[in-house]
Design a protein around this ligand. Structure first.
Ligand code: SF4
Length: 156
């Protein structure tokens, strides 16, 4: 049996976004058909409420946080970097136990973004903190916008 695919909870219909809504994506659901999934929301895991103030990068993106060159703050300026790092570590530990090799994460999120994310009000190139930490562990990551790059069965 192949390992489960890891997926951002909002992409499969959980109302866990900062605005209390989901981002259900039918293409993602189709891609998950026939597989087991591990559904995760790093921001809820970090203890942030739902709904909640939006968060954003200051000074860099996900990979910069790992090097100590950036942080993630709420709109009121509260630093939530450590909470998100710890939540990401916790999810990654669980993912390793299940042998996860592939993830589908929500594009543009400061936590899950794969190619783009928010620094202040600006959409910039770069990964969210959870996506960057997961990729560093060798997990192959797609977003709902890059599913076309997925080769059938390549992760089995
Ligand atoms: S993008 Fe990630 S952190 Fe944000 S709501 Fe979706 S699963 Fe949670």
């Amino acid at each position: 049996m192949s390992p489960p695919l890891l997926v951002s909870a909002c992409l499969v219909g959980f109302r866990c976004r900062y605005d209390g809504k989901d981002k259900l994506d039918l293409n993602v659901l189709r891609r998950l058909e026939g597989h087991s999934w591990l559904v995760v929301c790093p921001e809820q895991r970090a203890g942030l409420s739902t709904p909640r103030d939006p968060i954003m990068f200051e000074g860099g993106t996900g990979r910069d946080i790992q090097e100590g060159r950036a942080r993630i703050v709420r709109v009121d300026g509260t630093d939530v970097t450590e909470e998100l790092i710890e939540a990401s570590r916790s999810i990654i530990r669980m993912a390793k136990l299940y042998g996860v090799r592939t993830g589908i994460l929500k594009e543009r999120s400061p936590s899950c973004g794969v190619r783009r994310t928010y620094r202040g009000d600006d959409l910039v190139e770069g990964m969210g903190i959870f996506a960057a930490m997961l990729q560093r562990e060798g997990v192959e990551i797609f977003s709902e916008e890059t599913l076309g790059l997925w080769k059938a069965g390549h992760y089995l």
